[in-house]
Design a binder for this molecule. Structure first.
Ligand code: ATP
Ligand code: MG
Length: 553
């Protein structure tokens, strides 16, 4: 974190707390529910929670908020751990709300004993009805005045499995007339005969979020419990429980969740995209999940930089996806190995080049010369991109057309002498001549050309599959677009180039290296690659193509 940047409002609170000696050191937590994969919004919460601890010499717990057995799975727990680690953070302890089920149960018993909770036999419709509305107070029902002894017995019976789902709940006895609906005797325990991914069948009652989250914070002595704005109305209940149970006074603070253009982030929606096969799994590179971004080749540093750049706000806003792409591009420009790949090949025969293979040196990354060079085979038959030739070229077309010269990257200047068409009039081959004195690095030709093209040597080129990704949605604000969000899926979000031609170095390059395919964009090897078939994902374009579109419009 940079020193000269002003503090965000949570940092201000933390610094004030430390300055007055309220805490010796801070303890934060990242509390995912293991009901899906983490997305870029979670990355913001992770960077904030772990970032605070890092900056102020504190610690961060990874706590799985696993109080809803029907949607949670170990697969999600594992992916969450992998993602947090990959983002570059280390948790002080790996904890589970389910570890505390016994203690949370005892907390509820204590509330009952204090006359601050009761068992309600009403069904959910009645409870909702009796809650009133924001403008009308709720009704106190007959169960509210049950005796402590009866409540204790009924709660024990609930735990023992005497009742079916929904037959009874435990409610905190607070205030049915409160202007805050969350304070109108909120449900704190419910019956749910379901198998839990960690506690198995040990429990058939589970605490509600509002009676598990704050309690877990207190049990762990969390100093700053940071969550998103929608939990503001829950805060009085959070504080009420701490006060009545006389437990560690964790404090809740709320910040604006991250929303991003052309993206959905709710796990429920992401799950729909996966289940209905609009994408190929949680880590499909078009998804907003961290695992998708990793697979797509986004560096973890770029995601952290992005989270730092957008800051911590108190009001919701919509962040431009191109800001994230900017962070990715900036980093990759410094680190990516330059390679040459031709997507749609046009054969060139260099008529005056001898019938041999020459090996040319080319820098791996001009931004970082410590990465050295590689050698690239060159001979008299090469491929260039089909759209780098025009039979009749407009002015300022600095590529190939009859009589025109270009430089082949790290090789020679060539001149287009002739072209061959097939029966249908398609250009199938160019005949060019090369200038022997124009070799890159020792050019004495004195010829200046404006265009430089990437190329591959025909005899040694390897074939590769290239996956080009575009935004998954066609509209900016997907979450607020009218109707079903799936109606806005971009049908052209994935384009596959089955047979691109790549320079042979890519065959031996490491799988976790980032590449810049010259004039094409940034790419990374996909895990679908096999020994015989390399598959590349486009991480991001070289330039922001959408910004150009927007300007044109
Ligand atoms: P979703 O609505 O996407 O399912 P969630 O809030 O239910 O997300 P949790 O697993 O409960 O997901 O979230 C873990 C933590 O991440 C919480 O503290 C939550 O506030 C935070 N978080 C979730 N989404 C965002 C977001 N878009 N921006 C910032 N923080 C987020
Ligand atoms: Mg949640």
């Amino acid at each position: 974190m940079s020193e000269d940047k002003s503090l965000n409002f949570i940092e201000e609170i933390v610094e004030a707390d430390l300055n007055i000696g309220k805490y010796q050191s801070i303890l934060t937590r990242f509390p995912p529910e293991p009901n899906g994969y983490l997305h870029i919004g979670h990355a913001k919460s992770i960077c904030l929670n772990f970032g605070l601890a890092k900056k102020y010499g504190g610690k961060t717990n990874l706590r799985f908020d696993d109080t809803n057995p029907s949607t949670e799975e170990t697969e999600y727990v594992d992916s969450i751990k992998e993602d947090v680690k990959w983002l570059g953070f280390e948790w002080a302890a790996e904890l589970y709300a389910s570890n505390y089920f016994e203690q949370i149960y005892q907390f509820a018993v204590q509330l009952i004993e204090k006359g601050l909770a009761y068992v309600d036999d009403s069904n959910s419709e009645t409870i909702a009805l009796e809650k009133g509305t924001p403008t009308q107070p709720g009704i106190e029902n007959a169960f509210r005045s049950r005796s402590i002894t009866e409540n204790l017995q009924l709660f024990a019976d609930m735990r023992a499995g005497k009742y079916k789902d929904g037959e009874k709940v435990v409610r905190a006895k607070i205030d049915m007339g409160s202007p805050n609906m969350h304070m109108r005797d909120p449900i704190i325990y419910r019956i749910k005969h379901a198998h839990h991914h960690r506690t198995g069948d040990a429990w058939c009652i589970y605490p509600m979020y509002d009676f598990a989250h704050g309690q877990s914070d207190s049990i762990e002595n969390i100093t700053h419990s940071i969550c998103t704005l929608e939990f503001i109305p829950h805060r009085p209940l959070y504080d009420w429980c701490i006060e009545k149970l006389e437990i560690f006074p964790s404090k809740q603070y709320e910040f604006a969740r991250l929303n991003m253009t052309y993206t959905v982030m709710s796990k429920r929606k992401l799950l729909q995209l996966v289940n209905e096969q609009h994408v190929n799994g949680w880590d499909d590179p078009r998804m907003s999940t961290i695992s998708a971004m990793r697979r797509r080749g986004y560096p973890a540093e770029s995601i952290r930089e992005f989270c730092d750049k957008i800051g911590v706000a108190k009001r919701e806003n919509l962040i431009d996806l191109s800001l994230l792409e900017f962070c990715v591009r900036e980093r990759l420009n410094k680190t990516a190995m330059r390679r040459m790949v031709v997507f749609d090949p046009l054969k060139i025969v260099i008529t005056n080049y001898p019938n041999t293979t020459e090996y040319l040196e080319s820098e791996n990354n001009p931004e970082d010369l410590s990465t050295g060079t590689r050698s690239i085979p060159f001979s008299n038959v090469i491929f260039v991109e089909k759209d780098d030739f025009m039979e009749v070229a407009p002015k300022k077309y600095f590529r190939l057309s009859p009589g025109q010269m270009v430089r082949l990257k790290s090789a020679y200047i060539i001149k287009c002498d002739d072209f061959i068409k097939d029966q249908d009039g398609n250009i199938v081959e160019l005949h060019c001549s090369y200038i022997p004195e124009s070799k890159s690095g020792s050019d004495t030709s004195g010829i200046n050309v404006k265009g430089t093209l990437q190329w591959v040597n025909a005899a040694t080129a390897i074939k590769a599959e290239i996956r080009l990704y575009d935004r998954l949605f066609k509209v900016e604000d997907v979450a607020n677009a009218e109707g079903d969000f799936k109606d806005y899926i971009n049908p052209d979000s994935l384009q596959i180039i089955a047979n691109a031609y790549a320079e042979p170095a890519l065959k031996t390059d490491n799988a976790d290296v980032a590449f810049q395919f010259i004039r094409k964009g940034y790419f990374v090897i996909d895990r679908d690659s096999t020994h015989d078939q390399l598959v590349f994902n486009r991480t991001v374009n070289l330039k922001d193509g959408w910004a150009k579109e927007a300007k044109k419009a």
